[in-house]
Design a protein around this ligand. Structure first.
Ligand code: 13P
Length: 254
């Protein structure tokens, strides 16, 4: 059975003090969760102080992006080894906001995944279709392209610990989540595709999260689906109560 993974993507939210306060609440409420991987991805400015607070805690630290070069004259960029240095174990790659606002391509996603794996960071690779792509029945085609191009030239060994987040763009921050059936349908498609590209065992082992307006009210239906192995949570990860509730509601399925 795949271990559930619930990650919070804070996006461009929280000061250091606000983040620290939230960590105090999370630690108090979630300290006894053993069978679920919990990951928080704050902005870069919070990584150092939260890293100190999360030492020997069951909450792991992740970043929201990285640059694929290891070091050098790349103003404004952060490398995989720098993330590792500050205590990150995970990194989100190819989030739809990066793809749409910052022009990130599948080729760039591919380089970023490569850099993350090289530094022993677990990539959480986001894929997902826009509303118009869904309406034009292009969902599977879009996902296939993102996976084929993004995962180009990886060995089974490299790919096997990576996490995929299916995040339909129309469900992000809109309050309109995909139904459990809609999410499961795409996630089964992704798993079958991985079986085709790699092999069945690899595909069965890779964890696929759902993301897009996940809330305490809808997590139970989503997490019951056999191919939904967790959630990538935006807005609801910014409050101690809603994020903790989401995780607590997953316990019976862990
Ligand atoms: P929301 O949960 O706010 O819809 O955001 C989802 C997301 O983009 C997580 O990466």
């Amino acid at each position: 059975m795949r271990r559930l993974i619930i990650a919070g993507n804070w996006k461009m939210n929280k000061t250091i003090k606000e983040g620290e306060d939230l960590i105090v609440s999370f630690k108090r409420r979630l300290y006894n969760i053993e069978n679920i991987d919990i990951v928080l991805c704050p902005p870069y400015t919070l990584l150092s102080s939260l890293s100190d607070m999360l030492i020997s805690s069951n909450i792991k630290l992740g970043a929201q992006d990285l640059f694929w070069e290891n070091k050098g004259a790349y103003t404004g960029k952060i490398s995989a080894s720098q993330l590792k240095d500050v205590g990150c174990q995970y990194v989100i790659i190819g989030h739809s906001e990066r793809r749409h606002y910052f022009g990130e391509t599948d080729e760039m996603v591919n380089k970023k995944i490569k850099a993350a794996i090289k530094s022993a960071l677990v990539p959480i690779v986001c894929v997902g279709e826009t509303l118009s792509q869904r309406e034009q029945n292009q969902t599977f085609e879009v996902i296939k392209g993102q996976i084929q191009e993004g995962f180009k030239d990886f060995s089974q060994e490299e790919i096997k610990n990576l996490v995929i987040a299916y995040e339909p763009v129309w469900a992000i921050g809109t309050g309109r989540n995909a139904t459990a059936e809609q999410a499961e349908e795409v996630q089964v498609y992704i798993r079958n595709l991985l079986a085709e590209i790699y092999d069945k065992d690899i595909a069965q082992g890779i964890r696929i999260q759902y993301g897009g307006s996940v809330k305490p009210e809808n997590i139970e239906q989503l997490i019951q689906q056999p191919d939904i192995d967790g959630a990538l949570v935006g807005g609801a990860s910014l409050e101690a109560d809603s994020f903790s509730q989401i995780i607590e509601k997953c316990i019976p399925f862990s």
